[in-house]
Design a protein around this ligand. Sequence first.
Ligand code: ADP
Ligand code: MG
Length: 694
Amino acid sequence: MSEIRNVPELFGSDAFNEATMRQRLPGHIYKAWKNCIETGSQLTLEVAQEIAEAMKLWAIEKGATHYTHWFQPMTGITAEKHDSFITPTGDGRVIMEFSGKELVRGEPDASSFPSGGLRATFEARGYTAWDPTSSAFVKDGSLYIPTCFFSYTGEALDKKTPLLRSVEEVSREAVRILRLFGDQETKRVKVCVGAEQEYFLLPRDLYAQREDLRLTGRTLFGAQPPKGQELDDHYFGTIRTRVSNYMKDLDEQLWRLGILSKTKHNEGAPCQHELAPIYTDVNTACDDNQLIMEIMKKCAAKHNLVCLLHEKPFAGVNGSGKHNNWSLATDSGKNLFSPGKTPRQNAQFLVFLSAFLAGVDEYQDFLRCTVASAGNDHRLGGGEAPPAIVSVFLGDELNGVVQSIISGTNYKEPDKSLLRIGIDIMPAIPKDTTDRNRTSPLAFTGNKFELRMLGSSQSIAGPNIALNTIMAEELSRFADVLEKAEDFDAALQKLICDALTEHSRVIFSGNGYSEEWKQEAAKRGLSNLSSTAEALATYASDKTVDLVTRHGIFTENEFRARYTIHLEAYNKIMNIEARTMVDMAVHQILPAAVHYTRDLANTVAAKQAVGASCRAEMALIKNLSHHTDGLYDAIELLKKAMSVMPRDSQTMAFKYHNRVIPAMNALRAEADALEELTDKSYWPYPTYSDLLFY
Ligand code: ADP
Ligand code: MG
């Protein structure tokens, strides 16, 4: 393993970032680009032409021969189609060319990407458009250009387009609020996101021996190992050499691309790790997270490892999530979720806080839907990740302030006079609240909100689109009221007090895993959408459709198309998992049990011939036969559950959830019982002990 010597020099060396642009572009071109970033103005084709030329020269120096428009279709992973720079000169030679047009617009054949019915096959064309706000980069001999992806008729087919739209919305509405508090400078408000990524690493050879891991990314069978994570000896433990070599390599590759990989450590489960980058603007964070996931996988292969990003690779041990740390900041870097020093700043902080709470409460189903997936169903509500009930944890200090505003009492001396926002000084809130509630789906952590509901394999775009949009909605309602107010302070006091009172049900500080919380949440009228099938049934509710269309994040068609895409993805994954189970049970598990039983029976016959005791063998045979019959029946029941599927995707999703999953669980129980009874040399695939304690 070579040592990395000069990180600052290495960092971003393969990214066409701002520093490179400043250095490589003519002054007026750089300024035009910068202006586009800062004000959202359009770039002319002439400017694009100059940028394309500089990009090409730079990329060729970096060894690139091709370029690709890189986009994020609804598959949740990224897509690319590579074209070389070569252009014939007519005399048998070529030159390397790349035009402004090629930079700005592409036309990949889009027919195989999910469109949710937005595209008929006869108009299968999809277009990509350069996103100049995210850096291009060179990887594996190609220049990668981040792009938006849309249909012939202009409908968004990707995750980036609505994300960029939502960033504009929340920025505009936040600026309106800032103006009311006397800020005349801020032109834009940025959404800042840091996404912590959890993952598992397994030896490649063991992985290859399991069909379930290869086909579905998780184990569909597997008895519990004698040791799990109960000793907590993995969390933050010493990182073993093989893994630390992998992490070093990974860091180097990410740094080259300008990705701010910062923290790495072992996680709760054996073989589980985490990588956290330093936060950046949400669009870049989203692109970076896609790259992190992709490079994590590729890099693992180099080290004879496999990186699993599935939310629940193993039953009985922690699954993997992604913590999405979200905040808003002005273009000069002032965090709008930092409680301020002056009463005025504190009042402004309370406006943003109230808007956040109102939005999360009002649109809890929307938020819940953005993290719904087959894989994440194993986590949410599973007693390790946050529950499926959306609530917000504020910490004692801030909660105290909020409750005192609601009850109209003074925070410090409860029986004294009213706490007047903007007049009284709100107590300083410690930046790093110590009693972090790990069971909360959305926790205020000093100056940002940490959304912990995301699954490890999911794009971070969905929940950020939701957070930005609900925030834009509430801020705009607040601004409407405050802009018209004759007595600003009085209006502000009332607005904050009303919002907090109306939405306080979404605040919860207790144990989110407890049964009492489920009952309490139901009493408060909070949703508990405990599965993807249930969650998605609320996806295109009138309320959400109204919200996203009013803010121009999605057209109604785009949004309904996404509902279809998510349902279909869920149904397809369930179908693959169920079929893989049947396949493994019929072709691997059943024969293993039968062969072992046969050999035991032969042993019994031989032993009886010499008059030896066969009590153990007989008992074992009886037990094995019992579970073999059980396995056989469970296979038949699962096949039956899957034999007739409703045509309607939502009904199908409910059937998978209500009928197929219980049948899968029953099959697994029989198989795992057989595994516990069977001689290891007969067992067809590596066990949990083999995999988790390699
Ligand atoms: P944890 O204890 O959950 O690991 P950290 O304080 O280490 O929390 O931060 C986790 C993530 O939050 C990092 O990616 C970090 O860069 C990001 N982060 C820190 N401050 C902000 C902020 N103001 N806005 C968004 N993300 C932030
Ligand atoms: Mg965290």
